[in-house]
Design a protein around this ligand. Structure first.
Ligand SMILES: Cc1cc2nc3c(=O)[nH]c(=O)nc-3n(C[C@H](O)[C@H](O)[C@H](O)COP(=O)(O)O)c2cc1C
Length: 392
């Protein structure tokens, strides 16, 4: 069977030239929350490497949703820089997407100047913080900021937005029974836990439908016993389909409870500790890192069997992410009915991965999933342990 990889795919109003997308993976290249030359150069290198679309990661829609000082914050003043970036990427015949999110209880008090918000009040050792339960007016405020951020992406000529509804960030904190213990219309039943997500998505789609592709990154499972199980997540995905989103990116894991479930493999604890923003967190990470961030074994295409349950339940385009290192991995995903693949670590190791496949279908990226790239991004730009950066 010939590979579907180099065939086009439509996601709402957007047609991609092939089925490969650079997954949202935090670059750590936005000092003072702004677009930098390094960020543009990095994504230009990725675009030249052959993917159909590259994704700016983890942009916060509002100051209350920031985790890092070197993280992008969506503001009207950035529009001209974002427009310039889109033009640079489009010149390579590559689409540009941006991931929009709010980290909820992963925010840093020192950075946002207030107690972090979440679905319910609770202690989050990973931030660390004691999160405050959001009022309905807070939820409306965040939903409005998702819409403002969407409008900035549209005005800047981007091709897609990816709403972060997974990995234990704010929308995921509402969906998950682990972090949502509310007694009101936003907690309890799954219908209630989906209400904040539906509020945000309906508001976004009202301004974005048919103007820009609207993707949602979603957990298939939170990845631990008290989290959201796959049966509920399939219901969530059906709701997103009925609301009219253009595609889902299927992931899993919860940063404050099952962080390695997202990406698998080992977390280099010593490197992670050395990147903490204060001495107390460094010592804490050294002492308890192994227990708080337990290893989860890596296998290629580790999310595929779960993703196929979503394929069977849905008709909208589905984007697979998790453990792709070769064309054999990509073909297995596409031949099983997924519409496109998103790739993070293989492209961090080698941004030219997709072009390499054009020349040699047996090419395999030599990423050993050591996750150094993840550990270092806490206080600086990510880098690959092997290449030291990227082949710009
Ligand atoms: C350095 C790094 C940063 C990441 N940052 C994000 C992020 O900002 N948003 C997100 O949704 N996922 C993030 N991820 C997860 C990836 O998007 C992806 O889901 C995961 O790495 C599995 O894909 P892979 O096996 O192709 O790496 C990150 C992963 C890495 C390695």
């Amino acid at each position: 069977m010939s590979s579907l990889l180099f065939t086009p795919i439509q996601l709402g109003p957007l047609v991609l030239k092939n089925r490969s997308i650079r997954a949202a993976a935090f670059e750590g290249m936005c000092p003072s929350h702004s677009i930098s030359k390094a960020l543009i150069d990095y994504h230009l290198a990725v675009a030249r490497g052959g993917v159909a679309m590259t994704t700016i990661a983890y942009a916060a829609v509002d100051k209350t949703g920031l985790s890092f000082p070197h993280q992008l914050l969506m503001q009207e003043s950035m529009q001209s820089d974002l427009k310039k970036m889109a033009e640079v990427i489009h010149r390579e015949n590559t689409a540009l997407s941006i991931q929009l999110g709010h980290c909820g209880d992963m925010a840093k008090h020192g950075l946002i100047g207030q107690r972090p918000w979440s679905a319910s009040s609770h202690l989050n050792l990973y931030a660390p913080c004691f999160a405050k339960e959001m009022k309905e007016s807070d939820m409306q405020y965040v939903a409005n900021n998702f819409v403002k951020a969407t409008q900035i992406a549209i005005n800047s000529g981007l091709d897609a937005i990816e709403i972060h509804a997974g990995h234990g960030y704010l929308i995921s904190q509402f969906l998950s029974p682990y972090t949502n213990q509310r007694q009101d219309a936003y907690g309890g039943t799954l219908e209630n836990r989906m209400r904040f997500m539906s509020m945000v998505m309906s508001a976004i789609l009202a301004v974005a439908k048919n103007k820009i592709a609207v993707l949602v990154k979603l957990n298939m499972r939170d990845g631990f016993d008290a989290g959201m199980p796959i049966e509920e997540s399939i219901q969530v995905s059906k709701r997103l389909e009925s609301l009219g989103v253009d595609a889902l990116v299927l992931s899993g894991g919860f940063v404050s409870k099952a962080p390695m479930y997202v990406m698998r493999g080992k977390m280099p604890i010593k490197t992670l500790a050395s990147r903490m923003d204060n001495k107390m967190m460094e010592v804490f990470t050294k002492l308890f890192g192994k227990q708080l961030v337990p290893d989860v074994p890596f296998t290629e295409n580790y999310f595929l069997s779960d993703a196929l349950r979503f394929r069977a339940a849905l008709t909208l385009p589905l984007i697979y992410v998790g453990g792709i290192l070769s064309q054999q991995n990509i073909d297995e995903v596409l031949d099983n009915g997924m519409d496109a693949v998103a790739i993070a670590r293989a492209l961090i190791r080698n941004p030219n991965f997709i072009n390499e496949l054009k020349n040699d279908a047996s090419f395999k990226v030599s990423c050993d999933t050591c996750n150094h790239c993840m550990a270092v991004m806490y206080n600086g730009p990510f880098e690959c342990n092997k290449t030291g950066g990227y082949h710009g």
